[in-house]
Design a protein around this ligand. Structure first.
Ligand code: SF4
Length: 43
Protein backbone atom coordinates (compact mmCIF):
# COMPACT_ATOMS: atom_id res chain seq x y z
CA UNK A 1 0.00 0.00 0.00
CA UNK A 2 1.32 3.47 -0.91
CA UNK A 3 1.22 6.27 1.66
CA UNK A 4 -1.59 8.69 0.80
CA UNK A 5 -1.71 12.47 0.76
CA UNK A 6 -4.45 14.52 2.41
CA UNK A 7 -4.97 12.63 5.66
CA UNK A 8 -4.46 13.31 9.34
CA UNK A 9 -4.06 10.95 12.29
CA UNK A 10 -6.81 11.40 14.89
CA UNK A 11 -7.22 10.00 18.43
CA UNK A 12 -8.04 6.33 19.01
CA UNK A 13 -5.79 5.14 16.18
CA UNK A 14 -8.02 6.30 13.35
CA UNK A 15 -7.11 8.51 10.40
CA UNK A 16 -9.20 11.25 8.85
CA UNK A 17 -9.13 11.30 5.06
CA UNK A 18 -9.46 14.75 3.52
CA UNK A 19 -9.37 13.82 -0.14
CA UNK A 20 -13.09 14.18 -0.83
CA UNK A 21 -16.21 15.52 0.84
CA UNK A 22 -16.97 12.24 2.64
CA UNK A 23 -14.16 13.04 5.10
CA UNK A 24 -14.05 9.40 6.26
CA UNK A 25 -12.75 8.50 9.71
CA UNK A 26 -10.99 5.23 8.97
CA UNK A 27 -10.18 2.62 11.60
CA UNK A 28 -6.94 0.62 11.46
CA UNK A 29 -7.01 -2.04 8.68
CA UNK A 30 -10.33 -0.65 7.32
CA UNK A 31 -11.18 1.33 4.21
CA UNK A 32 -13.26 4.43 3.55
CA UNK A 33 -16.55 4.66 1.65
CA UNK A 34 -14.69 4.59 -1.67
CA UNK A 35 -13.11 1.23 -0.68
CA UNK A 36 -9.82 2.48 -2.16
CA UNK A 37 -8.19 4.44 0.63
CA UNK A 38 -7.54 2.69 3.92
CA UNK A 39 -5.66 2.90 7.20
CA UNK A 40 -2.60 0.88 8.15
CA UNK A 41 -0.09 1.68 10.88
CA UNK A 42 -1.82 4.98 11.63
CA UNK A 43 -1.29 6.19 8.03
S1 SF4 B 1 -14.46 8.21 0.27
FE1 SF4 B 1 -12.33 7.62 0.03
S2 SF4 B 1 -11.31 9.46 -0.73
FE2 SF4 B 1 -13.29 10.10 0.12
S3 SF4 B 1 -12.85 10.69 2.24
FE3 SF4 B 1 -13.47 8.53 2.24
S4 SF4 B 1 -11.56 7.36 2.11
FE4 SF4 B 1 -11.11 9.47 1.49
Amino acid sequence: MKQAMFYAPIPEGEVLCGLCSHRCKIKEEKRGICAVRGAKGGR
